[in-house]
Design a protein around this ligand. Structure first.
Ligand code: DX5
Ligand code: ZN
Length: 216
């Protein structure tokens, strides 16, 4: 089953609760947290996540593009996130951090920038609930999908399956009607889409049609 997670980075930040309601049928709301250190952009943090969690019934999938996730990630679980993704390049102690996220009751997920391979993290997979393979350089919505990431998606899926683990495999960046089928074919099962959903006239219909394409 494909999951479609609209990225609220492409939503109207002045109307977040309404924008969350506009994507009825979405599996999770993807929340991009940026600190202007790990990526050259600044978005939102704990108070906004907490307020949005109170305003929507859809679970929150928080993608932390920040330095020092070891310090901040557990707070996002307390703020109401059901899934917290931290970057492999930023975490000082990814195993300890994943255990802390899980102990607080959320799903723990590891994200990889385009130049970071999955192989060094193979032994960590049992500690995780999801791997996020970035299909753009993180920092901004609306970038073009990087086809060169398809082999990494495929290799990640193979590692997960070889270990017989129930991890989800998420892709994020440039996912749209014209790229989602390639991602699904390579083994992704959780699809983040920002501009392809919020840039559409009917965001809920865009979610439904992306799902149908991913499940083809
Ligand atoms: C990029 C973010 C993405 C972004 C995706 O750094 O992690 O979640 O919002 O936006 P689109 O789908 O427009 O590429
Ligand atoms: Zn993201």
């Amino acid at each position: 089953m494909a999951q479609i997670n609209p990225s609220m980075l492409s939503a109207d930040f002045a109307r977040l609760a309404e924008e969350a309601a506009a994507v009825e049928g979405a599996d999770w709301l993807h929340i991009d947290v940026m600190d202007n250190h790990f990526v050259p952009n600044l978005t939102l943090g704990l108070p906004v996540v907490e307020a949005l969690g109170r305003a929507t019934g859809t679970p929150l999938d928080c993608h932390l593009m920040i330095e020092d996730p070891d310090r901040w990630a557990p707070g996002f679980v307390e703020a109401g996130a059901g899934s917290v993704t931290f970057h492999a390049e930023a975490a000082a102690a990814p195993v300890r951090l994943a255990r802390e996220i899980r102990a607080k009751g959320a799903r723990a997920s590891l994200a990889l920038k385009p130049a970071t391979p999955i192989e060094p993290f193979e032994d960590l997979l049992p500690e995780l609930d999801m791997v996020l393979v970035m299909t753009v350089e993180p920092g901004f919505g609306g970038q073009s999908f990087l086809d060169i990431m398809l082999p990494k998606i495929r290799r990640t899926r193979q590692l997960i399956d070889r270990h017989g683990l129930p991890l989800w495999l998420q892709v994020d960046g440039g996912v749209s009607a014209s790229t989602i089928e390639r991602c699904a074919e390579a083994g992704a099962d959780v699809f983040v889409a920002g501009s392809a959903v919020y840039g559409a006239d009917d965001p809920a219909a865009a979610v439904a049609s992306l799902r149908a394409q991913a499940e083809k």
